[in-house]
Design a protein around this ligand. Sequence first.
Ligand SMILES: C[S@@+](CC[C@H](N)C(=O)[O-])C[C@H]1O[C@@H](n2cnc3c(N)ncnc32)[C@H](O)[C@@H]1O
Length: 448
Amino acid sequence: MSINVFVEDPRLVSVDSHNSPTNTAPSNAFDYSCAAESPLYQQLGLSCLDNDEVLALMELSPVERKHQGVFFTPAELSRLAVEKFSYSLGDGAILDPACGSGNLLVALAETFEISPSLEVTLSEWNSRLYGVDINESFVKIARKKLVKLALSKGAVPSGEKTPGEILSILSNVKVGDFLKEYKSYCGKIGGVIMNPPFCHIDASGEIAWTSGRFNAASLFVVYAAEILPASGRFLGILPDVLRSGTRYAQWRSRLLKTADCTMETFGSFEPGVQVDVFILQGKIKYAQEEVIVEQVAAKSSPITLLMEKFDVSVGPVVPHRDKVIGTEAPFAHAKILPAWETVDLLPERICHAGRKAQPPFVAIRRTSSPKDKYRIVGTVVNCSELVAVENHIIILAPKDRSLLSCQRILDFFRTEHVNNYINEKIRCRHLTVGVVKGIPIGGAADGN
Ligand SMILES: C[S@@+](CC[C@H](N)C(=O)[O-])C[C@H]1O[C@@H](n2cnc3c(N)ncnc32)[C@H](O)[C@@H]1O
C-alpha cells in the first residue's frame, strides 16, 4: 500500500520549547553515580545521552521533524502512561511502534527487575521490549538509555563483551517502518504502548474508514490492533481529534468493534504545546486472525470448518479475580478435566455471576509444551446442569446439541491431521478461538 505526502505534526508549534533533553529524558529517578564508574559507561558515552539526543534531533531539518512527527514523550507523561498500562509479565512482550529515543520503553523498563549480570538483564529485557523507529540515531540512543538504566539499577557487565556487542543484545529495538512492517510483529507481542507521529498522510484506497489526508496516529492504532492477539492490550498517547473529531467517527466505531476501549482526556501534550492529547487504552476482543477465518467461511468454502458445526467461546471464569457471587454451578477447569474422556459429574462447584455453558459441550485446552504428544486436549462435559467454565478453556457447543457430535469431534482432535494443524497455527501463539474455529473438520462432527 502507498502512504505518502507527510504534512506537519501539530506539536511543531512548540518546537523551540519541546524536546529539550531536560524535559524529555526520564533520567532523574535513578542514581547513576556508581554506574558512571563502569568503563562501559564511559565507552558508550552514557553521560552525554542528552546531548546526543539534541544532536540527533538537529540532524533533521525542521521540515523532516514535522513530517516524521518527532516529539518525544516527556518523562512524567511516559511514567503516567506506563502506570496506566500496568504491565505484568503475563502480558507478553510490549512494542512501541514509533519508539524514538526510547522514552516509553525506558519508563516501562524502570518497572522491570534486573539480574546481577548486565548481559542477562538486557537479554531478558529484550525478550519483553520491542521498539521500532525509522530514525537510526534515535534507535541507538534508545538502546543506550536502556543500558544506562540497567547499569544504574545495579546490573554488572561481565567485561567479556565489547560496547557494540552489549548494544546489540537489544536487537528487538531496531530501525524500521512500522507502517510497512507491522505484520512481522504478529504473534511476537502481547501489548503495544505508543506516542506515534501526529503528522498527516495520504490515505490509499485500502484504508476504508477515511480518504484524503488523515492523521498517521490513527493508522498506528489500527495496525497495532491488527497484530495483537485476543486480550492483548494497547495504550496510545494520541491527538484529541481522534477522540472527538467527526472525521474520525468511522475510525472510532471500527476500533470499538475490535477492542474494549477507554478514552481519557489529558490536556496539552506538555506545557506550552498547543496540542491536546488523550490516552486511549484498549483490550482486543478477538484477534484479527478470527475475522479472517470468518471471512473465509462466509465465502462458502467447500471445506467444512469447525465453526460451522460448533459455537466456540472462551470460558468466562477467572477464579482469583472474579467475585464470589451469583448462582453456584459445577466448575470446569483445566486441572480437573480428565483428558479425552466424557464426564457427567464435576467434583468442584463455584459461585459465579457470569455466563454458564449448556452441556453437552467439549472443553479444550492447550498442552504446555510443543513436545507433548497432543497440542490440545479435550473433555466432553455432559452434566445435567449448566456449567461455569474457567477462562483457560475453550468451549465448543455443538449447534445440533448432540452428545455424539461432541464425542466425534473429540476423537477427531486426536488425529494427526488436527495435531499438525494446531501445531502449525499456535507455534508461538496462544490457542485462540480463531484458530479453533478455523479447524477444517470435513464430516468429522456429524452426529446423525
Ligand atoms: C512522537 S515521536 C514519539 C517517540 C517515542 N515513542 C516517545 O514517546 O518519546 C514519533 C516517532 O515516530 C517515528 N516515526 C515516524 N514515522 C514512523 C514509521 N512509519 N515507523 C516507525 N517510526 C516512525 C519518528 O521518527 C519519531 O521518533
